[in-house]
Design a protein around this ligand. Structure first.
Ligand SMILES: [Zn+2]
Length: 149
């Protein structure tokens, strides 16, 4: 089976917020399955709130000028990734870069064992997987570029 999921790379002060998922293990970006009737951008925002307590704003491009009554442009994910969960379970992962705009860190304790901000240097630590290390650094760069005023 193949599911759509959406993750949020939440960036603040040159750091990315990662969670340690109890079931999946390892440090991951918050995210989860796209629910029936839900768009992926809404999934990323909902999952971030549920898992971390943070309200976020996605930084991906959205061409709202091209909206029409029956066509609404959605936020473009920054990365599109295929994750193998197990032999017969795959996730098409739409990954959004985001910044916190409210709320405070409050982990969903039944699912999330730990959660913290990782700097670029922290991402080099041995407990961080190669993919999230690389993408996390890219996301920090991207957020800093887009949020510079
Ligand atoms: Zn799944």
């Amino acid at each position: 089976m193949m599911h759509f999921v959406a993750d949020a790379h939440i960036i603040k002060d040159g750091k990315i917020f990662l969670i340690k998922h109890k079931k999946l293990g390892g440090w991951l970006a918050p995210g989860g399955h796209v629910d029936e009737g839900e768009t992926p951008d809404a999934t990323a925002i909902r999952e971030a709130k549920e898992e971390t307590g943070l309200d976020i704003m996605l930084l991906g491009e959205v061409d709202s000028a091209a909206d029409e009554p029956t066509v609404k442009m959605l936020t473009t994910p920054t990365y599109l990734r295929l994750d193998t969960v197990d032999d017969d379970h795959y996730h098409i992962n739409l990954i959004f870069v985001a910044v916190p705009v409210g709320g405070e860190v409050k982990l969903k304790m039944d699912e999330v064992g730990d959660g913290k901000w990782f700097s670029r240097e922290d991402l080099d630590g041995p407990e961080v997987g190669e993919n999230i290390r690389r993408l996390g650094k890219k996301s920090i760069d991207l957020a800093e570029k887009m949020c510079k005023v």
